[in-house]
Design a protein around this ligand. Structure first.
Ligand code: 2AM
Ligand code: CA
Ligand code: CA
Ligand code: CA
Length: 266
């Protein structure tokens, strides 16, 4: 039997320590590089933070594998055994430009099943955490199960990109949702937006292009609270590839799927 409580405790200790290093970097300056395109950024802090987690995990759990955004982990092509899925800084552009609105995201999976989800909003010292079946917490506060809400009362997290010309979705599909919702928000960190659903700060989050490390922790957290996570076509998420993401409070997910997304037939 895997001792998830012990792993969770270690992960929380490490995530706080990593957060301290990140805070210290604010006064030192960071080195910025671009990845796939001019808006796809990475810093030495993203890389150092990922390497920090890998060192800790390998020392303490040598048979666990690690899938990390910056590529210092293992070549993971299946989810057998225990796999840590890590985004050392989710919201790198915010980290660089705002020194806020970013998070560390860690999901721990066993044979493809999410067991531990951690999202750490470093600057606000807000640690969202969940062990499957044991509830979800913000720091020491037990979070309540998510309640149903309707579109006209809901705040939807979504990047404006998806209602402009783009090569992933017809902007006409999502624009009625933007119009009918109580409001929309875009924070620029998928992990943080999912954490905000957990606390009720927003009610759903939509993105057309996310990687496993963006979503691994958030889906554990939200499912623990009774929320629903799928692709924008309503399909199950794949933690080994790119996905669209539609994660939401219950009720709202069904309403949007049916009335705005033609039950995934688009
Ligand atoms: P990142 O900061 O870790 O790269 C921004 O809207 C959100 O989308 C962030 O969570 C960001 O994660 C994620 N994202 C995923 N792929 C991206 C890409 N190619 N370029 C920029 N952001 C990306
Ligand atoms: Ca990135
Ligand atoms: Ca990310
Ligand atoms: Ca990242």
């Amino acid at each position: 039997m895997t001792n998830w409580k012990a792993i969770d405790l270690d992960a929380k200790t490490w995530i706080k320590e990593a957060g301290q290093h990140i805070i210290q970097s604010f006064s030192k300056g960071v080195t910025i590089e671009t990845k796939s395109n001019a808006n796809d950024l990475v810093t030495d802090i993203d890389k150092n933070t990922e390497q920090f987690f890998i060192r800790k995990i390998k020392e303490n759990y040598p048979n666990h594998r690690i899938l990390g955004e910056e590529g210092f982990g293992d070549k993971v092509s299946d989810l057998k055994g225990i796999v840590w899925i890590i985004d050392p800084i989710d919201g790198t552009m915010n980290f660089i430009r705002q020194q806020r609105n970013f998070a560390i995201s860690i999901g721990v999976y066993e044979d493809g099943i999410g067991q531990i989800g951690l999202i750490y909003d470093v600057v606000n010292d807000e640690l969202y955490h969940s062990i499957k079946g044991n509830g979800a917490f913000l720091n020491d506060l037990l979070l309540s199960p998510l309640e149903e809400i309707i579109v006209s009362e809901a705040i939807i997290g979504m990047n404006a990109t998806w209602v402009t010309e783009n090569n992933r979705i017809d902007p006409a599909l999502l624009s009625p949702l933007v119009k009918h919702a109580r409001g929309t928000r875009s924070y620029g960190s998928a992990a943080m937006e999912m954490a905000y659903i957990a606390t009720g700060r927003i009610d759903a989050y939509i993105s057309l292009r996310l990687a496993p490390w963006d979503i691994a922790a958030g889906i554990i957290l939200i499912q623990e609270l009774g929320g629903i996570a799928s692709t924008l076509k309503g399909e199950p998420l794949n933690l080994l590839g790119q996905n669209s993401l539609f994660i939401s409070k219950p009720g709202l997910h069904q309403e949007i799927m049916k009335n705005y997304l033609n039950d995934g037939k688009w």
